[in-house]
Design a protein around this ligand. Structure first.
Ligand code: AHQ
Length: 237
């Protein structure tokens, strides 16, 4: 078959963004969460399970760093680890996103211990998250960067929670939503770097199609995580 011409940079970006139609914002479990139909038990279960994803993100990002020989790329990418693990640099201290997620859990009524000891994490959640970390460990770093681009669609889901949860779940103290607040801008910054690297690296049509397949893999991982939640906690009509 004759090789098809590469997409222009703009068309390639549009193709990547069109994959947003499969984002987990449309999963029935997430729709239930964000339209106020979830019970406190379903919310607590989701927060406790998603903690396993949260603590995996900096490990995944460290895998990207360990595979990447480009110091300029690493300099930008290392910020992601600080975002989650926190830092204390020159008198400035930030507890980080993982701690903010624990605060979310506590605001929903979970105890810190039962969040960090992972007792609620179901096997299918572990397998989906571990698949993401292992993909980043074993793939060329540019492919791992591409897989993070589901964050093109993340600001929307975080803004949806910030808009709807206070109204539907007034029992969750608003400080608990801080994680979502900080992710809106962090996701935008992440995507700026990740999208540039992806558009620069995947240049032939075959490579561009590969990038779409990688993005679909990560979309499937996020979808499978929501499937695990629906299976364990149910989805209220
Ligand atoms: O809180 C999220 C986060 O820190 C990240 C990092 C990024 C990656 O490297 O894959 N993806 C991501 C996501 C976060 N939150 C998810 C959500 O629905 O709250 C969305 C998820 C993503 O879109 O990949």
């Amino acid at each position: 078959m004759p090789t098809e011409p590469a997409w222009s940079r703009d068309e390639f970006e549009a193709q990547l963004r069109s994959k947003g139609a499969a984002y987990h914002i449309y999963h029935p479990f997430n729709v239930m969460l964000n339209t106020g139909k979830a019970t406190p038990e379903q919310i607590r279960g989701w927060v406790a399970n998603r903690f396993y994803y949260q603590i995996a993100i900096p490990v995944k990002d460290a895998a990207v760093l360990s595979n990447c020989p480009d110091a300029d790329v690493r300099r930008g990418w290392v910020q992601r680890i600080l975002d989650h693990d926190g830092f204390e640099i020159g008198g400035t201290r930030d507890a980080g996103g993982t701690e903010a997620w624990i605060q979310l859990g506590i605001a929903t009524g979970l105890a810190r211990e039962e969040i960090i000891d992972l007792r609620h994490v179901v096997p299918a959640m572990r397998f989906a998250v571990d698949a993401y970390v292992n993909f980043a460990r074993r793939s060329p770093w540019q492919e791992a960067v591409c897989s993070s681009l589901t964050e093109m669609f993340a600001p929307e889901i975080h803004k949806q929670r910030l808009a709807n949860w206070p109204e539907h779940y007034p029992w969750i103290e608003s400080g608990g939503l801080q994680y979502f607040r900080q992710r809106v801008s962090q996701a935008r910054r992440d995507v700026e770097q990740g999208l540039t690297i992806t558009l620069d690296h995947f240049t032939t049509r075959a490579q561009q199609e590969r990038a779409l397949d990688i993005l679909q893999l990560k979309l499937d991982i996020l979808w499978a995580m929501s499937d695990a939640m629906a299976n364990r906690y149910g989805v209220n009509p």
